[in-house]
Design a protein around this ligand. Structure first.
Ligand SMILES: [Zn+2]
Length: 334
């Protein structure tokens, strides 16, 4: 990415092993993320450009001398962060805070160097022609992110939920909330094809209005009080303000859309109504291990969020189509 709206496909030096803990993974599927659209709008233009992409599944081609958990030929899922899975934060399941970790940024490519391969990569018993590839790819980011929103908010059978945002993360937050037993799930979104998929994933109500009107509608639907939990899957300030408006007293707001703001109300309204604010990056290895069996056994089909497939040459068009909301989420088959 060279600047706003400027994505180019280029030949760059091959990814190679650099540390004995690295693996080299050939990318079988990657994709364009809603969070890639933030720099697509606002990253300052640069002459060098930046590689892009943080979601991928693929096949291990080569491993460093200290890698023992994966070997060449293994089909693997990589979350959007890498981690050793041994430090004190990893031990608590918070792999995105790994003392030796970081975040991927070069996945829209033919191959990726994976640091901390033993901790990071999760193997899956599938072939490169598996029909499950789109769903497995959601374990790299959008499904585990939606699940993270639901888990950190404390969604369970007795919890009412508002999901803000009808992008891929919002829709999979619906699926995750349903999977955790929520009986009432209100999806706030305006794009009918997307909210229809949200209904299929388990939403019970769709609220198309936004802002004060949307808040009033959610309150009308919930006896005037709002919902126990709000999963904010957008990242812009108006979405957070909407979350404040629809959360019930004593409730929880979990944000998993990357905030595009530094300052937001967190004062008396949160305090006076005993609101908890949580959320953050959801690339936690235990989520993949928990959700993978549901994908492999077909209990959930999160891959339905992909509605377009391109080759690497089609990536610039993929960004454009997602930005124009012509595509919900673009799958890339290198
Ligand atoms: Zn760690």
């Amino acid at each position: 990415m060279y600047g706003p709206g400027d994505v180019r496909v280029e030949t760059v030096p091959d990814a190679t092993l650099q540390q004995p803990t690295d693996a080299l993974v050939r990318v079988v599927r990657t994709c364009v993320c809603g969070s890639d659209l933030h720099p697509y709008h606002s990253r300052p233009a640069s002459a060098e450009g930046s590689p892009m992409g943080h979601e991928f599944i693929g096949v291990v081609e080569e491993t460093g001398a200290e890698v023992g958990n994966v070997r060449p030929g293994d089909f693997v899922i990589a979350p959007f962060a890498f981690f050793d899975n041994t430090c004190e934060f990893c031990g608590e399941g918070l792999t995105t805070s790994c003392l030796h970790g970081g975040f991927f940024s070069t996945a829209q490519a033919e191959a990726v160097r994976v640091p901390q391969a033993d901790g990071t990569l999760v193997t899956a018993p599938v072939g490169e022609d598996s029909a499950l590839l789109p769903s497995l790819l959601t374990l790299s980011d959008v499904l585990i992110t939606g699940h993270h929103a639901a888990v950190t908010a404390g969604v369970g059978p007795r919890t009412s939920v508002t999901v803000i945002g009808d992008g891929a993360v919002g829709l999979l937050a619906v699926l995750a909330a349903k999977r955790l037993g929520a009986e009432r799930i209100l999806l706030m979104g305006r794009h009918k094809t997307r909210t229809d998929l949200g209904l299929e994933f388990g939403a019970t109500d769709v609220v198309a209005e936004r802002g004060d009107e949307g808040i009033a509608t959610v309150r009308d639907l919930t006896g005037g009080h709002g919902t126990h939990t709000v999963l904010e899957c957008v990242g812009h300030l108006p979405a957070y303000e909407q979350a404040l408006g629809v959360v019930r007293a004593g409730g929880v707001i979990s944000r998993v859309g990357v905030p595009q703001y530094d300052e937001a109300p967190a004062g008396r309204d949160l305090f006076g109504r005993n609101i908890t604010l949580t959320g953050g990056p959801g690339a936690q290895r235990p989520y993949i291990e928990e959700l993978l069996p549901d994908v492999l056994e077909g209990r959930i089909e999160p891959g339905k969020v992909f509605d377009r497939t391109v080759g690497l040459d089609g990536v610039p068009e993929g960004y454009r189509a997602m930005d124009a909301r012509e595509a919900l989420k673009v799958l890339v088959q290198p």
